[in-house]
Design a protein around this ligand. Structure first.
Ligand code: ZN
Length: 312
């Protein structure tokens, strides 16, 4: 295996408090969310997506975004982000401007998924975000664009790479300094991922946007999540999103479960000699606490097995 392009260190954004809590059947008590986020913020994770400002009647699991932001610790060096679908969501979030650092704006690459998720075609979402992202940038917020169904759509099948990259470039031009590509329902395979990120890097360089951070957001729906990470690393990608305990999924379609687990990702990277800056035992403790809160076992492998022990 050619490891020459592998990065020496990677950045990981923990998305469990948003992607995870949003997709659990239970509504988790605000105090439990705050406690779990504080545990995560003490693991060495530097990026945590803490909540979302979607309409509370649509996603009641995250209707307490304000209280969560008010209640969590603000440790030095930890950047909190909130997920934003549109201008109205941003306006609500800005009322708590001093409680977070980054905005993550999302849409899907395929019309059917976007309609089922936010009830409008992609172009309408994108045009809205092109007007909204600059408002966040003006407010001093670092902004990421997140594109769901980047590697395939459960309703439409193949999503052309050029279509995804056209959206990504428009988000970057609107002010996003990072673009995340979501394999929302776990359709991607490692060869596809390698080709996708090669095309993405080439396109961003050609557009004069080579500085934009490209982030991989994989789901482990079909057990291919970490294989896809390996492929992205081989293409030089050094930014990933994952979810502690393997919480999460996507609201549509039902059953699209499971981000890659943060502890599995961090364990694999650590064993490969790629630095993450995250304390794996502390992260496992946070996931064990989440299991207690939810009253059931979570899917992360390393949560069950523990870190690799080379000195038994
Ligand atoms: Zn996800």
């Amino acid at each position: 295996m050619d490891t020459s392009a592998f990065p020496e260190s990677v950045r990981i954004r923990e998305v469990g408090p948003r992607d995870g809590f949003q997709n659990e059947p239970e509504v988790i008590a605000t105090a439990d969310k705050i406690r779990l986020i504080n545990l995560l913020a003490a693991t060495g994770l530097k990026r945590i997506e803490v909540t979302s400002f979607v309409r509370p009647d649509v996603i009641p699991q995250l209707a307490d975004g304000d209280e969560v932001l008010d209640g969590i610790d603000r440790p030095e060096g930890v950047s909190y982000s909130v997920l934003i679908p549109n201008r109205r969501g941003l306006d609500r979030a800005l009322e708590r401007r001093d409680r977070f650092d980054e905005t993550n704006f999302f849409l899907s690459a395929s019309d059917t998924h976007n309609r089922k998720n936010v009830n409008r075609p992609v172009e309408e979402s994108l045009t809205g975000l092109e007007e909204t992202v600059p408002v966040a940038v003006e407010a001093g917020l670092r902004s990421e664009g997140v594109i769901s169904t980047s590697f395939g759509c459960p309703y439409e099948g193949e999503v052309p790479v050029d279509r995804v990259l056209d959206i990504a470039v428009r988000l970057a031009r609107a002010g996003c300094v990072e673009v995340g590509f979501g394999d929302t329902t776990g359709m991607a395979n490692p060869i596809q991922v390698r080709q996708f990120f090669a095309a993405a890097r080439e396109r961003f360089a050609a557009e004069g946007l080579g500085e934009v951070e490209l982030t991989a957001h994989f789901h482990d729906t079909r057990g291919q999540g970490l294989a896809n990470v390996l492929s992205a690393l081989a293409e030089g990608i050094d930014s990933f999103e994952s979810s502690f305990g393997e919480l999460g999924g996507c609201p549509v379609p039902a059953g699209a479960t499971g981000n890659i687990a943060s502890e599995d990702l961090i364990s694999m990277l650590g064993e490969m000699g790629i630095a993450t800056g995250i304390d794996l035992p502390k992260l496992i403790e946070a996931s064990a606490e989440a299991q207690k809160v939810l009253g059931r076992l979570l899917g992360a492998h390393v949560l069950k097995a523990g870190p690799v022990n080379w000195n038994p």
